[in-house]
Write a protein that binds this ligand. Structure first.
Ligand SMILES: Nc1ncnc2c1ncn2[C@@H]1O[C@H](COP(=O)(O)OP(=O)(O)OP(=O)(O)O)[C@@H](O)[C@H]1O
Length: 496
């Protein structure tokens, strides 16, 4: 074997109350795509944050091409050719793509060369790797998938030889995934070495050469993907046999909760709903849809066809024309947990009572009752399997998946009559996905009207009683749960 491009030996990192990495070993070869696999909270992001200079390890050594290095801050790692694309992008939204790329380049003024020339140079670089990007676009105007391409281009532009991608396909629509994986193959063939953090075993098997599995902060093993399969990887990750690797079986169900009563009971009604996007253009064009008590309606579609605007309109976060009627309390599981769902600098306990802070038992005569808040937190942590060192830990310090569980626990524990679930399993591991799916079905069976907005077609198919396809801001069709996938795919592509 050649000298690895990166070798991490015996890395240990402790946080108050938790050992996030416990003597972890990991190595990456030149031009290799190496997956890092593990349940939510297994320590993948921590290990990569150490490699990219965000954290210093308590113990252990990092070697780049055989030479021991110590990164005290991210700039040192970037200068050594390590580029990380985080789960949450770190772009300046009000600046253009080009400005973001040159921003912070070794203290140089923002734009040194003629913008036209710079844009052309960036366009050429992007094309070389099959990344479609307009350098003149402002970042706030871009979809999440486009922003991710900017992040990757930024890393390449800065000379990254090692690219760390944290859950990269979580923000992509199914149709975008294959093109993205091809981009990664191109990068690897060109000599970039890639670390691919993912929960999606099929993607890991499709593009990675090797897989290192972490569990509870420890390295379990490293295997060749060519000699492994989904079942084995799931077993290694979870530490027990996982029979249904992906998703729960659809159960026999009726669209209305009471089969005796044929009368639907609409709880969420949209009539001639028009909503504009951030650019002031119509994003939803006259939506008419009702979700009944006791049913899950799935909104299928390629990302960027109005899903975000639909979610924000229902959650009263965006002005509308037309009508939205909510007959009951709304629970909102947001697509972007850190900006819409949680306050990262508040504790887990406080985030869990955010919506009920004025009410007993958490509040008595205007005074908060910490004991009741902590008791409530302890119950939900247990019920929703949230991994946190303590109720006082800031949500921003939890792993991505566990932070999502906090948002879900708060919303679903309030016995809502309407559930708006937008990308509810984004970034979650297989056990957590199964759990969230069971929770949504339980809400439906308890009589809630559930609107599930998801770019995961499989999730939509597994859970929905009816499926509405959103295409260019309009409903291209509504089909039942047994719809043919090909037919759905055609509608999603606007070909129906
Ligand atoms: N800055 C921090 N302060 C305190 N605890 C932290 C911090 N960063 C991570 N942790 C804890 O370390 C553990 C490992 O978290 P990490 O984010 O590395 O997991 P992960 O495998 O990336 O999970 P996910 O798949 O959910 O993203 C978790 O229990 C997390 O709460």
């Amino acid at each position: 074997m050649q000298t690895p491009v990166v070798e991490m030996r015996g890395i240990t990192k402790k946080f108050p109350g938790i050992v996030a990495n416990d003597s972890v070993n990991f190595d990456l070869q030149l031009g290799e795509i190496h997956a890092l696999l593990g349940e939510n909270g297994a320590g993948k992001t921590t290990l990569m944050n150490i490699l990219c200079g965000l954290y210093e390890p308590d113990e252990g050594e990092i070697l780049l091409e055989g030479k021991s290095v110590q990164f005290r801050f991210p700039g040192e790692a970037i200068a050594s050719g390590i580029g990380m694309v985080h789960q949450h992008f770190m772009l300046v939204e009000s600046l253009t793509v080009a400005d973001n790329l040159v921003l912070g380049q070794s203290g140089q003024p923002l734009i040194r060369e003629n913008p036209k020339k710079l844009h052309q140079r960036l366009r050429n670089l992007a094309e070389q790797y099959g990344l479609q990007i307009d350098p003149a676009a402002e970042v706030w105007q871009l979809s999440l998938g486009e922003q991710q391409r900017v992040e990757i281009l930024k890393a390449i532009y800065r000379g990254a030889k090692v690219l760390i991608l944290d859950e990269p396909t979580a923000v992509l629509a199914p149709q975008e995934v294959e093109g993205f994986l091809q981009t990664l193959r191109n990068l690897a063939a060109g000599g970039t070495s890639i670390i691919f953090i993912s929960h999606k075993l099929n993607e890991v098997l499709a593009i990675c050469d090797r897989v290192t599995v972490l569990r509870d902060g420890r390295t379990i093993t490293t295997v060749l993907t060519s000699a492994s399969n989904e079942r084995e990887l799931a077993h290694l990750m979870v530490g027990r046999e996982v029979n249904k690797v992906i998703r729960i079986e659809r159960q026999a169900q009726s669209p209305v909760p009471n089969p005796q009563s044929p009368i639907p009971n609409p709880r969420l009604i949209m009539r001639d709903l028009w909503v504009e996007n951030d650019r002031g253009l119509p994003a939803l064009k006259g939506i008419n849809l009702a979700v009944n008590a006791g049913e899950i309606v799935g909104i299928a579609g390629v990302d960027g066809n109005g899903q975000r605007e639909l979610e924000e309109a229902i959650a009263s976060l965006r002005p509308i024309r037309g009508e939205i009627n909510l007959n009951g309390t709304l629970a909102h599981i947001p697509s972007d947990r850190y900006t819409m769902g949680l306050i990262p600098d508040f504790s887990v306990a406080d985030n869990l009572v955010l919506r009920d802070i004025q009410k007993p038992p958490f509040n008595k005569k205007g005074l908060l009752r910490p004991a009741a808040i902590i008791r409530h937190c302890t119950q939900l942590v247990e019920r929703y399997l949230i991994r946190t060192p303590s109720p006082h830990t800031h949500v921003g310090k939890l792993s991505g998946g566990n932070a999502q569980k906090v948002a879900i626990a708060r919303e679903l524990s309030r016995s809502p009559q309407i559930v708006l679930a937008a990308q509810p399993t984004r970034g979650l591991d297989i056990s957590a996905i199964e759990y969230v799916h069971q929770q949504l079905i339980a809400q439906r069976d308890a009589g809630a009207a559930v609107l599930l907005i998801s770019t995961e077609l499989e999730e939509i198919l597994n859970l929905s009683d009816r499926i509405a396809v959103l295409y260019e801001g309009a409903i291209a069709g509504i089909v039942d749960a047994n719809a043919d996938v090909r037919h759905l795919g055609l509608m999603m592509a606007g070909k129906h």
